[in-house]
Design a protein around this ligand. Structure first.
Ligand code: ADP
Length: 502
């Protein structure tokens, strides 16, 4: 009982340590989450800014090329609507072109709608005299459209103001797709127009709240690049996953530690039990040796002093001497064999032989004590039993141990049955008694070394606890096995199953 608190204390300490570890793990994961969030944000900002720059550059370059082409056309003396039409066919990025001269006359388009008239008016209003003089390009918002305005000098009609309106579909097809098509990364990238409507998405179909948005330069005013984080990839999701893995690993570790502790505890417990059994064994063996020795000595002294006049009595005393010395040598053989088995030195000389004479010899060697203690014995040996692999002396010792036990653990019903029968190609030898029996739960353990059933009726009998361990070892060395049945209070039956000669 005194050993109880120690394992509990160890378990407590392990679980406390695991708790501290879990708490530390949790806090460091939270810190990691914040750092990952910051890093991801930084990366997302870089990606978005790069995309914005790429698109802006592509747009500006396309615009420059288009203006240069129109400027080249304007230099021709026959520049007119037909030349603009030809230019339009080659520059599908723009779906509307306006060409005005310095006086504000509209040279192209030749006829226009009301909407376009408003747009041209807005364009005129936006362009100052300074712009005419300085030249250059700028993006102008007119009637809800972004118009690229540029002054091109040197035409036959003097400087011309051109207004180019981009076609969103062409922009998507020719610029956004090419500029952003290869954008790789964890997130989805989208371009939102002035009203927040997506005009382009690197992963169409993916929605959600954008992680961040970045504006374009003046080429695409009010447009923004937006980055979306796909489901399951946000730092929070990753931390949640990591935390689960961490907790699972911790739980596994705890299970392993707990398993290890239980195994160690059981091992230590078992070792101390074996140590206790060993010391019991020494006491039991000494006691076992003393009893026959005392008897031998007493009867020998009586005989020596010639105090037994009666010849019948004398013979009886000689019988006691023989019996007790046989018992003594069986006991010593058991202990010696057991120690040889323990040190791995025990060898058996096994050769094909008959079981019948061995059974008879063992029963015969117990004839006197059986008779004296009032046992009746049934011996039933089937005729024509096959030979089996046998070490005669070892098998005799095994059977003698079984008969000795049957006598030791019989109560008032003193009847033994020894039988040998054919079993498969081999032989089964049974030794059955009608004694105190063996509880089912103990059937395995009685074959362990030093093990004795801890009941008062067993403990009252002499024994060292190695007899059945020896029987098991001998039978198994013959390639066989030993089984036991019967119940507590209803006698026991030990059966030695020996295989045939192969
Ligand atoms: P022991 O020297 O104690 O007899 P064994 O190894 O021969 O040692 O037997 C182990 C235990 O098995 C015994 O202590 C006893 O409790 C039990 N046992 C063995 N044979 C019998 C039997 N025929 N009937 C009842 N119990 C038995």
């Amino acid at each position: 009982m005194g050993a109880r608190p120690a394992p509990l204390l160890i378990f407590g300490a392990v679980f406390a340590a695991a708790f501290v570890l879990a708490a530390l793990g949790y806090f460091s994961l939270r810190r990691w989450e914040a750092a990952a969030e910051r890093q991801l944000h930084g990366q997302a900002r870089d990606t978005a800014a790069m995309a914005a720059e790429k698109v802006e550059m592509a747009v500006v370059r396309a615009e420059q090329d288009a203006i240069a082409a129109l400027q080249a056309a304007a230099l021709a003396p026959d520049f007119g609507p037909a030349a603009v039409e030809a230019w339009k066919a080659r520059n599908p990025l723009f779906n509307a072109v306006y060409v005005l001269d310095r006086q504000g006359r509209v040279l192209y388009p030749v006829g226009w709608t009301r909407d376009e008239a408003a747009l041209v008016d807005a364009l005129r209003a936006e362009i100052s005299q300074g712009f005419w003089d300085r030249g250059g390009r700028r993006h102008v918002e007119a009637s809800g459209h972004v118009i690229l305005a540029a002054v091109i000098p040197g035409s036959a009609r003097g400087p011309l103001l051109i207004g180019l309106r981009r076609d969103d579909q062409a922009l998507h097809r020719d610029i956004l797709k090419t500029a952003l098509g290869g954008t790789e990364g964890q997130g989805a990238l989208a371009i939102l127009d002035g009203s927040g409507r997506p005009v382009f998405s690197s992963r169409p179909g993916e929605r959600g709240e954008p992680v961040l948005t970045v504006p374009f330069g003046e080429a695409l005013p009010a447009w923004r690049v937006a980055l979306y984080q796909p489901d399951g990839l946000s730092p929070r999701d990753m931390v949640r996953r990591q935390a689960m893995i961490f907790m699972a690993a911790l739980a596994l570790l705890l299970v392993v530690i707990a398993g290890g502790l239980v195994a160690t505890y059981r091992l230590v417990h078992r070792e101390s039990e074996i140590a206790r059994l060993k010391s019991d064994f020494v006491a039991n063996v000494s006691h076992d040796l003393k009893t026959p020795l005392a008897l031998i000595r007493m009867f020998a002294e009586t005989l020596e002093m010639d105090r037994v006049p009666d010849e019948r009595r004398r013979r009886e005393y000689y019988g006691v001497l023989t019996r007790e010395s046989e018992r003594l040598s069986r006991l010593i053989d058991n202990v010696l064999d057991f120690s040889r088995i323990e040190s791995g030195r025990q060898r058996y000389e096994i050769a094909a032989g008959a079981v019948e004479p061995i059974v008879h010899e063992v029963v015969e060697s117990f004839r006197h004590p059986l008779h004296q203690q009032g046992f009746t014995v049934d011996v039933a040996i089937e005729p024509d039993l096959p030979d089996v692999p046998l070490d005669g002396d070892a098998m005799k010792q095994a059977l003698a141990n079984l008969v000795d036990n049957a006598m030791k653990y019989s109560g008032d019903r003193r009847h033994l049955r020894v039988a040998a029968r054919r079993e498969g190609g081999g032989v089964a030898v049974e030794v059955a008694d009608e004694g105190i029996g063996i509880p089912i739960a103990e059937r395995e353990r009685i074959f362990e070394k030093f093990y004795r059933i801890g009941r008062s009726e067993t403990q009252g009998r002499r024994g060292s606890g190695v007899g059945l361990a020896l029987v098991k070892h001998i039978v198994e060395a013959h390639g066989g096995r030993v089984t036991v049945d019967g119940r507590a209070g209803a006698g026991s039956r030990f059966t030695v199953h020996l295989p045939g000669v192969s």
